[in-house]
Ligand binder design. Structure first.
Ligand SMILES: Nc1ncnc2c1ncn2[C@@H]1O[C@H](COP(=O)(O)OP(=O)(O)OP(=O)(O)O)[C@@H](O)[C@H]1O
Ligand SMILES: [Mg+2]
Length: 274
């Protein structure tokens, strides 16, 4: 089933040229960040979005994540035509259909791991009355159970009462991934999710994504690093606002295997150093 269908997506940013002294002289500069992108994704895919700086990756992610609307083209997410939706529906889609994972984790500092993961379940309630009656009745106990399940899936059931500052970077990103999954979204959108992590933690997170994907989760990840893209199943490349390559990953690597190997080498290194 197609989760994402994008046809002819364009995004233009219009800016007044401030040099003009009078209004007549000022002309508008148009930046064409996306110039007609067609992109389709099926449920269960694991896709890397690559491309040089300024090629339009963040612009595309913002549109995919329903944080921004295209200037032209259509975007259908899980059967919903997003460009026709009003701001209420747009917010509903963002909250229920997409799980966001950011480079900087974006966890609330004075809030435990469990409470951080529960957050999207609170936000989803205002729309519940129209969308889903069972959802409206979600009580504190159900919320807690759902957050617990998500934390278990990322292997953090023993850290539920920890605050972000009491967790390692990799663990904080796991909490963020649990939070992204708690609403059972149509896909997870990850923007350079390992950008702030060291090699070991990066491999752990990639291993977790691979495991979640094996269980059927759909993941789209922006990355600058070809070494990370090989853990996904498909790589799309943007250049100057156009999709210039769309390739299946042929020799896919196993992140947990690489992690084991890395740990071995690491131990060996510290042994020789001492
Ligand atoms: N709000 C904006 N107003 C005007 N131009 C913008 C705006 N946002 C992005 N652009 C321009 O659109 C183009 C695409 O930007 P985008 O942020 O999508 O690139 P990117 O691929 O994410 O780059 P990076 O890898 O550096 O994050 C760039 O030329 C950028 O200067
Ligand atoms: Mg960017």
């Amino acid at each position: 089933m197609a989760v994402i269908e994008m046809h002819g997506i364009k995004r233009e940013y219009r800016m007044e040229n401030k040099k003009g002294s009078s209004k007549d002289e000022s002309d508008t500069i148009v930046v064409r960040a996306l110039r007609g992108v067609d992109f389709f994704a099926e449920a269960g895919e694991f896709i890397s979005v690559m491309g040089p700086s300024g090629s339009g990756k963040s612009t595309l992610m913002n549109i995919l994540g329903c944080l921004d609307k295209p200037s032209a083209g259509t975007y259908t997410l899980d059967g919903i035509e997003t460009s026709k939706s009003n701001s209420d529906t747009f917010a509903y889609i963002r909250n229920r259909k997409i799980g966001f994972v950011f480079q900087s984790f974006n966890l609330l500092a004075r809030t435990t791991a469990l409470e951080n993961v529960e957050l999207p379940l609170f936000y989803s309630r205002p729309w519940a009355h129209r969308r889903d009656k069972a959802e409206k009745k979600m009580n504190a106990q159900t919320r807690k159970e759902r957050a617990m399940t998500a934390l278990k899936e990322v292997g953090l059931e023993k850290r539920i009462d920890h605050f972000p500052s009491q967790l390692s970077g990799g663990q904080q990103q796991r909490v963020a991934i649990a939070r992204a999954m708690v609403n059972d979204p149509a896909f997870i959108l990850a923007d350079e999710p390992t950008g702030n992590l060291d090699t070991g933690m990066t491999l752990e997170i990639m291993g977790l994504f691979q495991e979640l994907n094996r269980q059927g989760k759909t993941i789209i990840m922006v990355t600058h690093e070809p070494e990370l893209a090989v853990y996904t199943r498909r790589i799309i490349t943007l250049r100057d606002g156009q999709l210039v390559a769309d390739k299946k990953v042929t020799s896919r690597r196993n992140a947990l295997y690489d992690l084991k190997q890395w740990k071995k080498d690491h131990a060996l290194l510290s042994e020789t150093a001492s």
